[in-house]
Design a protein around this ligand. Structure first.
Ligand SMILES: [Zn+2]
Length: 201
C-alpha cells in the first residue's frame, strides 16, 4: 500500500468512525453567464472535484443536484436569483459577482442568505483550487464554509468579511485539505442544516 493510499484509508476509517455528514448542495448554472470553454473545463475537471475531495476527507459528503437558473441584475445591480431551492445550500455558478457585493474587487465568490435561501455564488473565471495553506484555498470550499460555519446567519458578507471570518474559513479549509480534519465543521454544518430545515434564521 502506498503512503497516499494508506492516508486515504486512514481518513476513510476515521470518517466512518466519526459518522459521515451529508450536505445537500443544489448547483445552479446561471444561464446568462459567459464563461469560456477553458474556464468551464478548469472548473469541472479540477476545482469542483477538489472541493468534493476536501470535504470528503473531513467526513462530509456533498450530495449534489443540478438545475438551471439565473442571476438577474437590476439597475442598482442588486441581484435577484431564479432557480434556488429551499433547505439546501445553493451553489450559483456565474461569470462575475454583482457589484452590489463585489465593490470592484473582482471577488471569486460570495456567500449570503438571500431571501432565506443560502447562496454561495462562484464567479467561475476567478475561481481557483488550493494554492497556499491558510491564505489561498479552493474557492468553493471557502465559500461553502461561510454557510456551514453559519456566518450567513450572523451578518451580511461585507460585515463578516471584515471581522476575521475570512481567515477562519481559510483555516478550516486548510484543515480539510491537509489534515483531513472535519470534526468541528461537521458539528456546525449539522446545526446549519437544522436551522435551514426548520426555517429558523
Ligand atoms: Zn470569504
Amino acid at each position: 500500500m502506498t503512503r497516499r493510499a494508506f492516508l486515504w484509508t486512514a481518513a476513510a476509517i476515521r470518517s466512518t468512525a466519526q459518522g459521515l455528514l451529508r450536505v445537500p448542495i443544489h448547483r445552479v448554472m446561471d444561464v446568462r453567464a459567459h464563461c469560456t470553454p477553458e474556464q468551464l473545463r478548469q472548473f469541472w475537471s479540477s476545482i469542483w472535484p477538489e472541493t468534493v475531495r476536501d470535504f470528503s476527507q473531513g467526513g462530509i459528503e456533498l450530495q449534489t443536484s443540478d438545475g438551471r437558473g439565473e442571476v438577474r441584475r437590476s439597475a442598482g445591480d442588486n441581484p435577484m436569483f431564479v432557480g434556488l431551492h429551499r433547505g439546501v445550500i445553493n451553489l450559483v455558478l456565474t461569470d462575475h459577482i454583482p457589484l452590489y457585493w463585489d465593490n470592484g474587487r473582482a471577488l471569486a465568490g460570495v456567500t449570503t442568505l438571500w431571501d432565506g435561501y443560502p447562496v454561495s455564488m462562484i464567479a467561475i473565471p476567478y475561481a481557483h483550487g488550493n494554492q497556499i495553506p491558510f491564505l489561498s484555498v479552493n474557492t468553493c470550499v471557502h465559500e461553502l464554509l461561510h454557510a456551514l460555519l453559519q456566518d450567513i446567519f450572523i451578518s451580511r458578507p461585507k460585515l463578516y468579511q471584515s471581522d476575521g471570518r475570512e481567515f477562519r474559513s481559510d483555516w478550516y479549509a486548510t484543515s480539510l485539505w491537509l489534515f483531513h480534519n472535519g470534526a468541528a465543521i461537521r458539528e456546525s454544518a449539522q446545526a446549519c442544516l437544522d436551522r435551514l430545515r426548520s426555517g429558523r434564521r
